[in-house]
Design a protein around this ligand. Structure first.
Ligand SMILES: C[S@@+](CC[C@H](N)C(=O)[O-])C[C@H]1O[C@@H](n2cnc3c(N)ncnc32)[C@H](O)[C@@H]1O
Length: 462
């Protein structure tokens, strides 16, 4: 982030604009939306500036710029046609530690002005750092169309009740819960419909009702999908944005973690650098303790929490401890990997059933119902099977699948570093070793794998 976004209090902000043409007028009009004092200096002025000066909204000094014009100013816009003069003013302002912006000349800008969506008191400011102005305009249009103008009313309503709510709830967390309830519910709806007095009545009622707030937390068991943040569900995202604490494991991608509420505490319980995992019963206990302490806890798991995710065990403990919870499904690795590798899990000509199995190796073997897995016209997906690949291939052949049966390994499915290796039960181990496939990787066995040649669409894949 090259530019740090901040909002500056303009109550006692003295700004100088050098130049008084149309470009300067646009800056002046923007500044006049605030309480800043605006002085313009230029030998001549356009009609807009003359009018603003006549209305005493700006101070117009009609002469050439002089260095002492910078005195007592904190922000300077330079908008003259003289590039040499612009550069000089930039130098002089910079030497005095005054923030200066030479309009349309990014290298001579100590600050840049963002694109603004104005729903005062709510202001959304966006910037591309000058590198993608069209994209920025496009995003602004989108926001303008989805954020109702009446959000302003909601902002004013919040301001009006801010102190009352603060006095009513002594902890930041309780205040946040209360406001989230208000903004998600009927009160906000009434404000947006312009029914101010009804909304105020409801707000007072709500403040009285919440008098005996139990302060109990809740656990959200959330499936984060296979890695691509675009594959999160809306519900997952909404709960992630509400969380006080997030307990996450190894398969949750960095990009997804960035979508969690910024102030939430993040606790990692996957394999640490020491290669130790937090034991499952400790995780179960941790979730219960955090919720009983009044937190909204998001337990974020890769894929779907109920598919090889031990989500069931975690909520069994919550039930025992009387902690309330919700479960949010996620896209499991098999769906993500199959889609992004162009391998349909079922197909009328290839597979009439699909089986998900664990390929986890214990004492050099995998305890599975092999005759059931080695069926023709079936797709079998193995999770956690990379290390056990030799055993999987050998067992499937032993139980009747031809050595020529197609098989695919998909590493880091749905992510930019996705790699796919295909082969058959007799040559796949060598191909996987050559490609250097690393965990997490998923195995798909069955003739559906042959469809990849035609259906592969995800171009990052190998
Ligand atoms: C403990 S299981 C968790 C499965 C998860 N609950 C799900 O529904 O996808 C971990 C295994 O899932 C598979 N896996 C998860 N994410 C993956 C990804 N992005 N690419 C390939 N395999 C993945 C791998 O086989 C990995 O060893």
């Amino acid at each position: 982030m090259q530019y740090f976004p901040i909002f500056v209090d303009t109550k006692e902000l003295h700004c100088l604009i050098v130049g008084a043409g149309e470009v300067a007028a646009r800056k002046a009009e923007l500044l006049l939306k605030t309480s800043a004092t605006v002085t313009l200096v230029a030998p001549w002025a356009c009609d807009t500036i003359l009018r603003l000066a006549a209305e005493e909204k700006v101070i117009l000094v009609t002469r050439d710029y002089q260095p002492n014009d910078l005195q007592a100013k904190r922000l300077v816009f330079v908008a003259t046609n003289d590039s040499l003069l612009n550069a000089q003013i930039h130098q002089q302002a910079k030497a005095l530690n005054i923030l200066v912006n030479v309009v349309d000349n990014t290298p001579l800008c100590e600050f840049i002005t963002p694109s603004i969506v104005d729903r005062s008191p709510i202001i959304i400011a966006m910037s591309s750092g000058g590198v993608a102005p069209v994209l920025l305009r496009y995003l602004r249009q989108k926001l303008e169309s989805v954020i109702p103008q009446k959000v302003s009313l909601l902002g004013q309503f919040s301001e009006k009740f801010r102190e009352t709510v603060k006095a009513r709830f002594n902890s930041v967390t309780k205040r946040r819960y209360f406001w989230e309830d208000v903004l998600d519910g009927d009160v906000a709806e009434q404000v947006l419909q312009g029914n101010q007095s009804k909304a105020e009545q409801m707000m007072h009622h709500k403040l009285a009702l919440d008098e005996h707030d139990s302060g109990k937390g809740e656990v959200y068991l959330v499936g984060a999908g296979p890695g691509d943040p675009d594959l999160l569900t809306f519900r997952a995202l909404r709960l992630m944005q509400k969380a006080d604490v997030v307990v996450y494991d190894r398969l949750v991608s960095k990009e997804i973690l960035e979508l969690v509420r910024r102030d939430a505490e993040k606790i990692y319980v996957g394999k640490a650098r020491s290669l130790h995992t937090v034991p499952q019963d400790e995780i179960n206990q941790l979730l219960a303790d955090l919720a009983l302490a009044g937190n909204r806890v998001v337990r974020l798991k890769g894929g779907d929490p109920f598919i090889f995710g031990r989500g069931g065990e975690e909520i069994e403990t919550l039930v025992e401890k009387g902690v309330s919870f919700q479960v949010v499904p996620g896209i499991t690795a098999a769906s993500g990997a199959a889609s992004y590798a162009g391998i349909p899990l079922t197909h009328r000509d290839h597979a009439k059933s699909v089986v998900f199995a664990t390929g986890h190796l214990r004492d050099n073997s995998i305890d599975l119902n092999w005759p059931m897995l080695a069926q023709p016209e079936q797709t079998t997906v193995f999770y956690m099977g990379l290390t056990g690949l030799p055993v999987i291939c050998q067992k499937l052949i032993e139980h009747g699948l031809p050595q020529t049966t197609e098989i695919a390994l998909i590493q880091s499915a749905t992510l930019p570093n996705q790699k796919v290796v295909t082969g058959n039960l007799s040559n796949i181990q060598q191909k996987v070793a050559e490609a250097g496939i690393q965990p997490p990787a998923l195995i798909i066995v069955g003739s559906v794998v042959s469809l990849r040649d035609k259906l592969n669409w995800f171009k990052q894949s190998a």
